[in-house]
Design a protein around this ligand. Structure first.
Ligand code: GTP
Ligand code: MG
Length: 211
C-alpha cells in the first residue's frame, strides 16, 4: 500500500482535523493541496498512487487547527488503496473540474463511496464541501449555476477554485474547518473526530514537508 507522508511544523497546541480530498483523477486534488500547503503549482503533476498527506496549521475563529489533508488517488484502479484511509475523517472535500462534466456527475458516487468506507455514524450531519476546480480555463462545461444548484439540493457549501492561479484555494480549506465546526455539535457522540489522525508531533525530524 502506498502512503507517503510529509508535514509542516506544528506548535503542538492545535486541534487536529482530518480532511479528505476525493474526486475523479486529474480534477486537481493534489494541485489544490500543494497550492494550499506549499503555495506551488506543477503543470505536469503525475497522478497520485494510493494516498499522500500534508499538515497545515491555521487559525479559525479563535482556535488553532492543524488540518491533516489527505490527498487520494482518483483513478478507479487505486480504489482499494485509498478507501482504508477514509475512517476517522472530520471533513470531506468532493472535487470536480469545471471542464469535465463527468467528474461533476460522479460527485454523488464519491459521496457514497466515502460514506460506505468511512463508516461515519451520522451521515446526515457529516461535513462535505464541494470544490469546482480549474476555473482559470476558458472551456468550462459545468456552469456555476448548475454546480451550485446540486450543492444546494445536497446541503453542501460550494467553492470554485483555481489551483493554478491560486484563486479561492485558502477560502475553500478554511470553509471546510468552519463547516466542521458548524456540524460538529450535531454529530453523533459515538463519532470520535480526531482519534484516527496520525500525530507526527513526536517525530524528531525538522522536515518542512514539501515547502
Ligand atoms: P489523481 O492524482 O490522478 O487523482 O489526479 P488529481 O486530482 O490529483 O489531479 P492533479 O492535481 O494531479 O492535476 C491534474 C492536472 O490538472 C495536472 O496537469 C495539473 O497541472 C492540472 N491542474 C490542476 N489544477 C488546475 C487548475 O486549477 N487549473 C488548470 N488549468 N490546471 C490544473
Ligand atoms: Mg493526485
Amino acid at each position: 500500500m502506498s502512503v507517503s507522508v510529509s508535514m509542516n511544523r506544528n506548535s503542538g497546541r492545535s486541534r487536529m482535523l482530518k480532511v479528505v480530498l476525493l474526486g475523479d483523477g486529474k480534477v486537481g486534488k493534489s494541485s489544490l493541496m500543494n497550492r494550499y500547503v506549499c503555495n506551488k503549482f506543477d503543470s505536469q503533476s503525475f497522478h497520485t498512487i494510493g494516498v499522500e498527506f500534508l499538515n497545515k496549521e491555521i487559525f479559525v475563529d479563535d482556535q488553532t487547527y492543524t488540518i491533516q489533508i489527505w490527498d487520494t488517488a482518483g483513478q478507479e484502479r487505486f480504489k482499494s488503496l485509498r478507501t482504508p484511509f477514509y475512517r476517522g475523517s472530520d471533513c470531506c472535500l468532493l472535487t470536480f473540474s469545471v471542464d469535465d462534466e463527468q467528474s461533476f456527475r460522479n460527485l454523488n458516487a464519491w459521496k457514497e463511496e466515502f460514506l460506505y468506507y468511512s463508516d461515519v455514524p451520522d451521515s446526515a450531519c457529516f461535513p462535505f464541501i464541494v470544490i469546482g476546480n480549474k476555473i482559470d480555463l476558458v472551456n468550462r462545461t459545468v456552469t456555476r449555476e448548475k454546480a451550485a444548484s446540486w450543492c444546494e439540493e445536497n446541503d453542501m457549501p460550494y467553492f470554485e477554485t483555481s489551483a493554478k492561479d491560486n484563486m479561492n484555494v485558502e477560502t475553500a480549506f478554511v470553509a471546510a474547518v468552519k463547516r466542521f465546526k458548524e456540524l460538529e455539535g450535531k454529530m453523533d457522540t459515538r463519532h470520535k473526530p480526531t482519534s484516527e489522525t496520525i500525530n507526527l508531533r513526536t517525530k524528531k525530524s525538522d522536515d518542512g514537508g514539501c515547502c
